[in-house]
Ligand binder design. Structure first.
Ligand SMILES: [Zn+2]
Ligand SMILES: [Zn+2]
Length: 343
């Protein structure tokens, strides 16, 4: 038996004893050493999610790293005892979307949940396309953050951030801060971070934001105009997932600029788009969903070389037994960025 945090429904998360999963051909059993909380997890905990991606009840959590304890038949890699991480998705490589190279939109994606537990069984396809060994100097916590960084890398590549760009990031949560760290390394000249919580904005400042705006106290559109000589930003990244900020993002970009609508909004929501902005203003508006195995690899390499140093994002550590409390903290206070959960 093992301890696992089972999600039954909205705000219904229970730590229970469940069977340790058996390992079949091509599968791998990993002892989890660290799992990290994610904005997506908080959303699912608070309001539920798309059933295609998560079927309840299930063991919760998707960012983890650990040690291989059992290797199924027909595999000569990984080895028992190896420190590994795996992505929470594995594309099929042969559907229409995969054939177009859009692996993040795979029509037969396998999703892997189960980070908040003592052990996780990694499916054969995931072992094959989306598992990596963790270099010895990288902590399990850092390695667990590969997933959100991979999503961010996919997004900023789509948005085509260039040397010298002014970038506005809406949202100073874990995803907004990862965007900040990444676009800085890509050569953004000025990064402006917008949020409603001063504590989060000061973290953004510490992590390299050139300017911060508290949108509850200041008019963000006016302030961005001011900071960009009246033009607006080259790139605007929405990292919250609300129709209000999706629309705000459109008003922060310059003519010919790019808006990356990164945060997933609640199902059924819509936004208004000014046609003149798109036509005369040549605004590019992009969505970005999830990521690809390629980006997972790239993300772990960037974490490993500390090109993107994700260590400051873990602001609290808690035990698996206290997982419910961890999610209550993340739902009610904005002071913690990511909580690392140790089984
Ligand atoms: Zn995540
Ligand atoms: Zn596919």
């Amino acid at each position: 038996m093992m301890k696992a945090a089972m999600l039954y429904g909205v705000k219904d998360l229970r730590v229970e004893d469940v069977d340790v999963p058996g390992v079949g051909i091509g599968e791998v059993l990993v002892k989890i050493k660290a799992a990290t909380t994610c904005g997506t997890d908080v959303k699912i905990y608070q309001r539920g999610y798309v059933e295609k991606i998560i079927k309840l009840p299930t063991i919760f959590g998707h960012e983890w790293a650990g040690e291989v304890v059992e290797v199924g038949g027909n595999l000569d890699w990984p080895k028992k005892g190896m420190r590994v991480r795996a992505g929470n998705s594995a594309p099929c490589l042969h559907c229409n979307m995969c054939q177009k190279g859009k692996y993040n939109l795979c029509e037969n994606m396998i999703w892997l949940w189960g980070a908040y537990a003592e052990y996780i069984k990694v499916p054969a396809r995931t072992v094959l396309v989306n598992m990596q060994e963790i270099p010895s100097h990288v902590s399990f916590e850092e390695a667990a953050i590969t997933e959100p960084l991979a999503c961010v890398l996919h997004g900023v590549e789509e948005a085509n951030v260039k040397l010298g760009d002014t970038v506005v990031v809406i949202g100073a949560g874990p995803i907004g801060l990862l965007h900040l760290l990444t676009v800085k390394k890509m050569g953004a000249e000025k990064v402006v971070v917008i949020d409603l919580v001063d504590e989060r904005l000061s973290v953004a400042k510490e992590l390299g934001a050139d300017e911060t705006i508290n949108a509850g106290k200041e008019n963000a559109v006016e302030k961005v105009q001011q900071l960009t000589g009246g033009y607006g930003a080259d790139i605007v990244i929405e990292a919250i997932g609300s129709p209000v900020t999706w629309e705000q993002a459109l008003r922060l970009a310059r003519k010919g600029g790019t808006v990356l609508e990164f945060g997933g909004c609640p199902p059924g929501t819509e936004i208004k788009l000014n046609t003149e902005m798109l036509h005369y203003g040549e605004l590019t508006v992009l969505g970005a969903f999830h990521t690809t195995p390629l980006h997972f690899r790239k993300a772990l390499n960037l974490i490993s070389s500390r090109t993107v140093d994700v260590r400051p994002l873990v602001t609290k550590r808690m035990r698996l037994e206290d997982i419910k409390q961890a999610f209550e903290i993340l739902s009610t206070s904005k002071n913690e960025i990511k909580i690392a959960i140790a089984p």
